[in-house]
Ligand binder design. Structure first.
Ligand SMILES: Nc1ncnc2c1ncn2[C@@H]1O[C@H](COP(=O)(O)OP(=O)(O)OP(=O)(O)O)[C@@H](O)[C@H]1O
Ligand SMILES: [Mg+2]
Length: 347
């Protein structure tokens, strides 16, 4: 397609357990412009607990999604996450970049509960211009088989990712672009998906803790079916609605409580393990689960802090027709990860 200056196009691909999402961003103007969104649903058995159970279905959904973007050779960005990825902020003696690489291997052995021979390590010095004896480093370790499995899946779908990022960083990227105010103080970012909730705690914009909770819209659907004897379609309709239906009350308070406890545990851990005694001042929530009517107000009341819906398109220029028949209000919360990935420039 000639309408895109293909060179500066990035495609962010989020293979979620409920929806495969692709976001195309054109970086040729000073402000990134969203030019296309494609969403393909998966059935509830294709991906379970982060594992691809039905290869064929997932590969087809990825292929279909990428074909629908209308682009062939592109800068494709994907990410990995879950319990086989660890992001940790550590303090080490200040050394030069090259020495830091060696030092990180050693540090990782102390901080990462994986076999060092089977991980991909990366790190970022958070205060490169600091002059103290110590420096703050963000250490990332991902199990190699996780990265390889992702590559293999995409290859089968006829695509080769140029960049493999980490979910938490991509989410952070999209929050920074769309909700710059979330980079102040200590805040929690929640991405409430179909089967997992990614929890990310930031201190002045720096991720200090990432964790996954096993809660998502799939749980809500199961609760509603069990509690009220309704069909899965009826349950889904309630979850995607805009009004808080009384049938949702039980599921909202039960799963809301689990999310609240997950968040409280994480902050207690922070308070005991580091100097982060400060309170989380606000929560920003995205993902399909953030759309469950009444959930965010329930959490705000329970946690006694503001819980705001996050919008992946809040500060992005959206080209006319980019969303086609999708409703921006409905899909904007679902696109945080894919937008964060697509914001990576093709440079
Ligand atoms: N407009 C919508 N279209 C599709 N699903 C929606 C919509 N609004 C809310 N949802 C809900 O959002 C869920 C998907 O959310 P999301 O895309 O954040 O999850 P995911 O990334 O696929 O899952 P996970 O990250 O847990 O693997 C769907 O299962 C559905 O219940
Ligand atoms: Mg997701």
């Amino acid at each position: 397609m000639a309408i895109f200056g293909r060179k500066n196009i990035s495609v962010g691909l989020d293979v979620g357990s409920g929806l495969v999402k692709a976001v195309v961003i054109d970086h040729s103007s000073p402000a990134p412009e969203l030019v296309k969104v494609v969403i393909t649903p998966l059935n509830d058995t294709a991906i379970v607990e982060g594992e691809v159970m039905d290869h064929g279905i997932v590969v087809d959904a990825i292929r279909q999604t990428l074909v629908a973007t209308g682009l062939k050779a592109t800068h494709l960005v994907v990410s990995v996450g879950g319990r086989d990825v660890i992001v940790k902020k550590i303090q080490v003696e200040r050394v030069k970049e090259q020495q830091a690489r060696e030092l990180m291997r050693w540090e990782a052995e102390q901080h990462v509960p994986f076999d060092m021979d089977s991980v991909e390590l990366d790190f970022q010095v958070l205060d490169p211009d600091g002059d103290g004896l110590d420096m703050n480093v963000l250490l990332v370790a991902a199990k190699r088989e996780l990265v390889e499995a992702k590559q293999a899946l995409l290859l089968e779908a006829g695509a080769a990712p140029l960049v493999i990022d980490v979910d938490a960083f991509a989410l952070h990227n999209a929050f920074e672009a769309n909700h710059p105010e979330a980079m102040n103080g200590i805040v929690a970012l929640l991405n409430i998906g179909n089967e997992a909730t990614n929890l990310n705690i930031l201190d002045e914009g720096v991720p200090i803790l990432t964790r996954d909770l096993g809660i998502g819209t799939r749980r809500f659907r199961e609760d509603l079916q069990r509690e009220h004897g309704i069909s899965v379609e009826e349950a889904e309709e309630l979850l995607r609605g805009f009004d808080r239906h009384p049938l949702l009350d039980g599921a909202v308070s039960m799963r809301g409580e689990e999310i609240a406890i997950g968040l409280e545990r994480a902050t207690t851990f922070l308070a005991t393990s580091s100097r982060h005694f400060g309170q989380v001042r606000a929560v920003y929530a995205c993902g399909g689960g953030a759309r469950v009517p009444g959930l965010l107000p329930w959490l705000a009341e329970r946690l006694r802090i503001p819980v705001q819906p996050a919008n992946a398109l809040a500060k992005l220029t959206v080209r006319d027709g980019a969303l086609e028949f999708l409703s921006a209000d409905e899909v904007a919360p679902l696109l945080m990860l894919s937008v964060g990935l697509a914001l990576r420039t093709a440079a």
